[in-house]
Design a protein around this ligand. Structure first.
Ligand code: PXG
Length: 289
């Protein structure tokens, strides 16, 4: 595997970053996770736009244009002959001193890794997930906006630890008002009748690209689509619940906090959206050539 670092491609063992990089010292940087399906980079434009929005929010100037960044991603996939995979695009603050001041860091580091993805086991899709809500509250937008896909994922990692301690693979995080926010690396949806709903950005969530694609697919399939605040009660009483994300795609949830959701099996609407998503992913994207 060849790893892109600042315009050059290195072998895995030679792809290195300084221990003085503020990405490591402070989690000061931003990233994206992107999928490649059938030699096409899925939603590349949207991921790059979000990367630059995250960077803007932390006053990190990425020293290349969006077009150059897109070309770099495609080039890295081409060199690695990535047909189906997972791209990790990382921009760190760069090398600085042992102090917080980001402005002493003169050269952001740009890293592109085109890897294969560790998929969720097939069983999760067939049987659905059992998950729990956890005590760790999602970051306040007023403190560290969840829309910033930063290199500091400790908020999510703490929630993930609580889920694993409870014997389940994923956590639902609530915001400081006790309303449903999202899972640790996925957005959450409910289905009730013909209505497909997900918490709004103001609930304190990362506006997932898969989330937005799935909202579009649901609308096109004739469902009413709503962004609305939800409580745990709304989750427990939904007909169906599912998660969306770049890694998970669309995955059914059949149990939350030991309450069975619907009939305890993956729902019809979820399965329909799962199929629609797979079809779209297989048929669109920027060619790797
Ligand atoms: N919420 C959070 C907190 C995320 O980190 C999503 C929602 C879903 O967003 P997208 O744009 O992917 O639909 C994410 C995305 C990983 C991994 O390696 C995590 C994400 C994406 C890809 C890989 O765990 N998180």
């Amino acid at each position: 595997m060849k790893v892109y670092v600042n315009g050059k491609l290195y072998s895995e063992r030679d792809a290195k970053i300084s221990v003085f990089d503020h990405g490591l010292l402070y989690g000061d940087g931003v990233f994206e996770g992107i999928r490649v399906y059938n030699r096409r980079v899925f939603m590349l434009r949207e991921h790059i736009e979000r990367l630059y929005r995250s960077a803007r929010a932390i006053a990190l100037e990425i020293p290349m244009s969006r077009e150059e960044m897109a070309d770099a991603v495609v080039r890295t996939c081409r060199v690695n002959k990535t047909a189906n995979g997972y791209i990790r695009l990382v921009v760190t603050r760069g090398v600085g001193t042992l102090g917080l001041n980001p402005f002493v860091c003169k050269q952001p580091q740009i890293i592109i890794i085109a890897a294969t993805i560790q998929l969720y086991p097939e069983e999760y899709y067939e049987k659905g997930l059992s998950i729990v809500t956890v005590p760790t509250v999602r970051n306040l937008a007023e403190a560290l906006n969840p829309n910033i896909k930063s290199l500091n994922y400790l908020n999510n990692i703490l929630a993930k630890i609580e889920a694993i301690n409870a014997g389940v693979p994923e956590a639902i995080m609530l915001n400081a008002d006790g309303l449903v926010a999202e899972a640790t690396g996925d957005n959450i949806f409910t289905v009730k009748g013909r209505t497909v709903a997900t918490p709004p950005p103001q609930a304190g969530v990362l506006e997932g690209i898969t989330r937005n694609v799935v909202m579009g697919l649901a609308l096109k399939s004739g469902y009413e689509v709503r962004e609305q605040m939800m409580t745990r009660y709304d989750l427990y009483n939904a007909d169906e619940v599912f998660l969306t994300g770049t890694a998970a795609e669309v995955v059914p949830v059949v149990e939350i906090d030991r309450r069975r959701i619907g009939d305890g099996r993956p729902g019809k609407v979820t399965q329909h959206l799962e199929r629609q998503f797979k079809q779209l992913a297989a048929a669109t994207g920027v060619p790797v050539r």
